[in-house]
Design a binder for this molecule. Structure first.
Ligand code: 13P
Ligand code: SF4
Length: 346
């Protein structure tokens, strides 16, 4: 038994329950293509307890597209990419937000909704990009490129956001950089997102050498091999992949961009060059598409489990705090991104 189970078992009946699965057929139907009945019987008591506790606490769960299907379909009130979740955090009416995602997402929610309690099911759910740069790194870049505005990916700490001029996500990076009135733009911390943006804008984009440990693993040869072994498969890459990987793909977009592309195009077979849960989460709503191929797991995203979500909702542990002065400056960068995205209809 884990430490969480020990405590939770005193308050909830969490034994696997096929009977409960029968009662929760409507929820199971959202994931029955990717979750087996015995696995759902294990998840069902947690899903039931979390959904009841959410009502008691007036809480909402914001679930990123990389959450496992039982979190994504079973307990999340809103799901989406980083931009959609940030926008939701700024407008949602609730006392408590549980961030089913990684730490920088919870910080962003707290920055946008300082009056709400934001709970992080596992404080160790970080991000290789957010860990690659500090506020000093931003100052280094400013000293190297005087006068150039700094666009920081939301995958950064509150301190880095506070030291930046505006934020971006992978779904608005090109538009944000384009909208900035400057010939040279500093993009941090994802070198690959920056290079992919540079290929689409008429500006000098300089960047910090950070990378995502999930997307940097793909190589163009992987995609060429996969295409030759599986002719006709549509290859769809996230823009955190290196530019030579994106160049081999049929389409590149944020996680919501990927969902839209597959929904609109309905290819017979698709390989998503991104985190593993992306394909499993959308498989049920797209039964006509066969999702194939290897995928890479994000060890940070996978730290979030139903058990930890129930634990923080029960104990109200895991509250995310951001220093008020840092939060105020960071809010400016995040809000500038949201306002511009709304203005551009994104
Ligand atoms: P998006 O969902 O914004 O595409 O971001 C992907 C990601 O890696 C989040 O950590
Ligand atoms: Fe960070 Fe990459 Fe994991 Fe997203 S997938 S949280 S960018 S390490």
């Amino acid at each position: 038994m884990t430490v969480y189970q020990n405590i939770l078992a005193q308050h909830y009946d969490l034994a696997p329950s096929p009977g409960l699965s029968d009662e929760m057929q409507d929820i199971y139907a959202r994931m029955d293509r990717v979750v087996t009945p015995p696995d759902f019987a294990i998840h069902a008591p947690y899903i039931k307890a979390i959904n009841a506790l959410k009502k008691e606490r007036n809480a909402v769960i914001l679930g990123h597209n990389y959450m496992t299907p039982e979190i994504y379909h079973g307990v999340s009130d809103f799901v989406g990419d980083s931009l959609q979740l940030a926008m939701k955090a700024s407008e949602v009416e609730a006392d408590v937000i549980v961030q089913a995602g990684v730490h920088f997402m919870a910080e962003t929610s707290k920055i946008l909704s300082p009056e709400k309690t934001v709970l992080m099911p596992d404080m160790a759910a970080g991000c290789s990009l957010a860990e690659s740069i500090t506020a000093e790194g931003i100052e280094e870049m400013r000293a190297k490129y005087p006068g150039a505005p700094v666009v920081s990916y939301v995958n950064t700490t509150a301190e880095v956001k506070a030291a930046s001029d505006i934020c971006c996500t992978s779904s608005n990076a090109v538009q944000i950089v384009n909208a900035i009135e400057a010939d040279t733009v500093i993009m941090t911390p994802d070198q690959y997102l920056a290079q992919n943006v540079a290929n689409e804008v008429d500006k000098n984009v300089v960047f910090w050498p950070g990378s995502c440990i999930v997307h940097e693993q793909y190589t163009p040869q992987d995609l060429r091999d996969f295409r030759s072994w599986n002719p006709g498969t549509r290859l769809i890459a996230h823009p955190e992949c290196p530019p030579d990987v994106v160049a081999e793909a049929d389409f590149s977009g944020s996680t919501s961009g990927i969902l839209k592309y597959v929904t609109d195009e309905k290819p017979e077979k698709a390989m998503l060059i991104t985190e593993c849960s992306m394909a499993t989460n959308i498989a049920d709503q797209l039964p006509e598409v066969e999702f194939v191929g290897p995928c890479n797991m994000c060890p940070y995203m996978k730290k979030i489990t139903l058990e930890k979500i129930l634990y923080v909702l029960h104990t109200m542990d895991g509250q995310v705090e951001v220093d008020a002065e840092v939060a105020e400056k960071a809010r400016h960068s995040v809000q500038a991104m949201i306002d511009l995205s709304k203005k551009l209809g994104l």
